[in-house]
Ligand binder design. Structure first.
Ligand code: ZN
Length: 87
């Protein structure tokens, strides 16, 4: 049985839901804070083990326009060159 890894951070996935999605819980949490939606897992307990029965929904990227949010401007090298005279 091969080990499946998180597509984001590369850590080995252990729970069936993470394996089905291909991403671990921490990375899912990080993305869901950014507006991503993930399927809802349905589990059942079978013989003392938790089994993933099905997932309701699918992975959806954020519906909000993330592009509209202010981004960190990538200024490198050329910041405040003109004011290095503070003494
Ligand atoms: Zn991860």
């Amino acid at each position: 049985m091969k080990k499946l890894r998180c597509s984001k951070c590369g850590r080995a996935l252990t729970d069936p839901f993470s394996i089905a999605i291909g991403m671990g819980p921490e990375c899912r949490g990080g993305l869901s804070r950014k507006g991503w939606r993930f399927p809802k897992p349905r589990y059942k307990v079978s013989g003392g083990r938790v089994v993933l029965v099905e997932m309701v929904g699918k992975i959806e990227p954020p519906a909000v326009n993330v592009e509209a949010l202010p981004k960190k401007s990538k200024v490198k090298g050329r910041k405040s060159e003109a004011h290095d005279d503070d003494e």
